[in-house]
Design a protein around this ligand. Structure first.
Ligand SMILES: Nc1ncnc2c1ncn2[C@@H]1O[C@H](COP(=O)(O)OP(=O)(O)OP(=O)(O)O)[C@@H](O)[C@H]1O
Ligand SMILES: [Mg+2]
Length: 254
């Protein structure tokens, strides 16, 4: 790996200083965690697949005018992104009941929701990312009302677009988590989609069989975890040609 300054190491990714001011390199690891890091493991090839899947989905979203932090993929595990000021919220969209919505509210997993629901969780690991509402977000200054308006509008577009795109390849987008950031350019601030969109942060079910193709395979010890991620990439037509078993280490930054 090229020598460069590491700025942050999270559970799934490492951020390095980018080649130009205002840019970062996002490195995707195979490490997997669940239940706020109580469960830890490795999913072989996950980093390569998530790098590719996130690139693909962000590029498609940019095609329809959704602003994102993505610049370009550098190699199997790294992508160049714009550095943003992350808004400390995990924005979750739900189309079908699953996970904490089902357990907390007693709605049976798999129930199609009457409409898409957006939830906010405060990005704070020490507090276990608590569910918060708009009042908390604006009162504590995590985001303004205008920021939230932009976030909701973008989130709904992302949800509609990705739901359609995935359904086209036989996948139901049950729910997903996104993060947004503030990008300052020419004295202007824009809210852009940041972080990643991958089977780590989405629930993806086969639309015919209901089979899970996401991190729930790891969370719930369902087996064939790698295969789930690979199947998503395969259906999107972006499985790396070399195959994920034949992975080289990260190449030098271009
Ligand atoms: N464009 C960006 N600019 C700055 N930070 C970013 C950008 N995109 C993503 N990030 C941040 O980089 C980190 C990615 O690492 P990772 O996903 O492994 O973190 P994590 O373990 O989930 O922890 P947390 O998200 O709570 O920090 C996250 O903190 C994310 O908010
Ligand atoms: Mg993360």
């Amino acid at each position: 790996m090229a020598r460069r300054r590491q700025l942050y190491e999270g559970k799934a990714k490492i951020l390095f200083e980018g080649p130009e001011p205002g840019t970062l390199v996002q490195y995707f690891k195979d490490d997997a965690t669940a239940f706020n890091s109580q469960k830890k493991g490795t999913i072989t090839g996950k980093g390569v697949l998530n790098n590719r899947i996130s690139e693909y989905l962000m590029m498609r979203l940019m095609d329809i005018g959704v602003p994102t932090h993505f610049i370009r993929r550098l190699n199997m595990r790294e992508q160049l992104i714009r550095e943003v000021e992350i808004i400390p919220l995990e924005v979750v969209v739900r189309n079908v009941a699953a996970g904490s919505l089902s357990t907390r509210l007693g709605i049976q997993e798999g129930t199609r929701l009457p409409r898409s629901i957006i939830e906010y969780y405060y990005k704070n690991a020490a507090l276990n990312h608590p569910l918060v509402c708009e009042e908390h977000i604006t009162a504590f200054g995590w985001a303004s009302t205008q920021d939230l308006d932009d976030i909701v509008a973008l989130t709904l577009r992302i949800n509609d677009f990705l739901s359609g795109l995935l359904l086209g390849v036989g996948i139901t987008l049950v729910d997903f988590k996104v993060e947004f950031g503030r990008l300052y350019e020419n004295d202007e601030m824009r809210i852009v989609l940041a972080d990643e969109i991958s089977p780590d942060n989405c629930r993806l079910w086969d639309s015919k069989t209901g089979e899970k193709m996401d991190k729930d395979r790891f969370r719930r010890d369902l087996g064939k975890v790698e295969e789930g991620y690979q199947e998503v990439a395969r259906r999107l037509g972006i499985l790396p040609e070399a195959g994920v078993r034949d992975l080289k280490g990260p190449e030098m930054m271009q």
